[in-house]
Design a protein around this ligand. Structure first.
Ligand code: SF4
Length: 457
């Protein structure tokens, strides 16, 4: 910035000594409000509820069969963790503008527990009146009463784990629901007043055909949901098809065809692509991921395994529920592992996660980091444009659908610094050693007989 100076007459030329005392500069003032002096900065919350009322086949996530004593101990710890964060001066400069409640199955809690927990969250932090909160649920847990509590507590988007509307495929996933029950759950949410409903669908399920996949997409569109996310079914070593005597999963080529078929069908029916495998009607995009990633909003992680991003660090919480409860009871934050993000990596992070959200805005990026990413990453961008994976738009760059959506993670990784580049991970990796079947619970409660089934409930 250049500073323009004008030559001022020195004291000798002054007619007399100036009687006005120099106190402040600039010299002209206007009305200023408290909000202008202390603007609350946006902040998000991720809250993890690691319980499910019924555990599905092949689910790799850390979760426990809902059990009264463990749930009560956990909810006490979670509220103590919320209070611990709320009392920190850094947090008090912020206002909660978005949040995500995931699991497990958050709605495995009772209506009263949900009300109490969300009430504590609201009372502990400064909430923006239009804060955008999402929650995950399943058809077996959601009730009219819970839907009402969630709406009253400001939850605007609800994500229902459907996986498929084909009965045989539901059985092969070990899901308890029949297709009519799934449809009834969606209608229940619509009647309760939820305008933004996401459903998760899964492709690559044992015995799934292209006709079955098309049927599930057709039902989703007919039901009028505002968002459809789909995931590839992953078989884990501990639930081998052979052991469960199931039909084989479709081959890789068919699973890929299913992806492109769904992208085509959904976009032709008015959905826009976000994060590659998430399609939403205009105005109903999942704001939690999109905003926290592309605007670099700090996120408070609550609960075991929850991931956050605060004070130039990303980190995740202690995954062991027993140690989590113990640490919080001792008055400490259950931070486990993470990483400091120096400025050069913060710039790359915005590119990596911005691309993951489907688009990077040039002006916003400049405001956040003071650099023009189009210049800084000119080589990477021109390579991606040449490959037909990214397009340059008036606002910045956008991932080209459907080809770019399919390769979204590869595209994001183009912006990793050399230190963090790694080989693509392959599906079906043996994670047996990663997820231990028993945890050191001081509460003498161990994981249920979980084997596993879907992405998010
Ligand atoms: S898929 Fe969802 S409902 Fe099923 S066990 Fe996993 S987290 Fe729970």
């Amino acid at each position: 910035m250049s500073i323009t100076t004008t030559s001022m007459p020195f004291w000798k030329e002054y007619p007399e000594r100036d009687s006005e005392w120099v106190r402040q500069y600039p010299t002209k003032h206007v009305m200023v409000t408290e909000e202008e002096v202390f603007p609350p900065k946006p902040m998000g919350v991720y809250m993890h509820i690691p319980f499910c009322n019924r555990l599905c086949f092949s689910c790799p996530y850390i979760k426990f069969q809902t059990e009264r004593d463990l749930t009560l101990a956990y909810l006490d710890a979670l509220k103590a963790e919320i209070t611990n964060y709320a009392n920190r001066p850094y947090i008090q400069d912020h206002r909660i503008t978005l949040g995500y409640i995931g699991g497990g199955t958050p709605t495995s809690l009772t209506a009263q527990q949900l009300d109490d927990l969300l009430g504590h969250l609201h009372n502990s932090f400064d909430f923006a009146p239009d804060a955008d909160f999402s929650i995950e649920t399943t058809p077996i847990d959601i009730t009219e009463r819970k839907a009402k509590v969630l709406l009253e507590r400001g939850v605007r988007r609800i994500s229902l784990g459907v996986q498929t509307f084909v009965e045989e495929e539901l059985k092969n996933l070990g899901r308890p629901s029949d297709p009519e029950m799934l449809k009834a759950s969606i209608r229940l949410l619509q009647d309760a007043g939820f305008e933004n409903i996401n459903i998760d669908l899964m492709h690559g399920i044992n015995g799934q055909t292209m006709e079955g996949w098309e049927h599930s997409l057709d039902v989703a569109i007919e039901l009028g949901v505002t968002c459809v996310s789909f995931y590839t079914y992953m078989e884990f070593a501990q639930v081998s098809t052979k052991r469960r005597k199931l039909p084989p999963v479709p081959d890789r080529e068919t699973v890929d065809d299913m992806f492109f078929f769904a992208a085509d069908k959904l976009t032709k029916n008015g959905f826009l692509g976000y994060y590659g495998d998430c399609f939403a009607k205009p105005g109903y995009q999942p704001k939690y991921g999109e905003t926290s990633w592309s605007e670099d909003i700090p996120i408070i992680p609550l609960g075991p395994t929850a991931t956050g991003h605060l004070r130039e660090h990303w980190y995740f919480n202690e995954p062991d529920i027993g140690r989590y409860v113990q640490t919080v009871r001792e008055g400490r934050l259950p931070i486990s592992m993470g990483r400091h993000i120096p400025k050069p990596e913060a710039i790359r992070r915005s590119m990596v996660l911005g691309v993951k959200a489907g688009r990077v805005n040039r002006e916003r990026f400049m405001r956040l980091h003071g650099v023009d990413f189009m210049e800084m990453f000119a080589d990477e961008i021109s390579d991606l444009v040449e490959k037909g994976l990214v397009e340059v738009t008036d606002d910045g760059i956008e991932v080209t659908g459907p080809k770019g959506w399919y390769y979204l993670d590869n595209i994001s990784k183009a912006f990793y610094s050399p230190e963090f580049r790694r080989y693509p991970q392959h599906l079906g990796a043996d994670i047996t050693g990663f997820i231990s079947p028993q945890r050191s619970l001081p509460l003498a409660i161990v994981n249920g007989d979980s084997q596993g089934g879907c992405h998010d409930c």
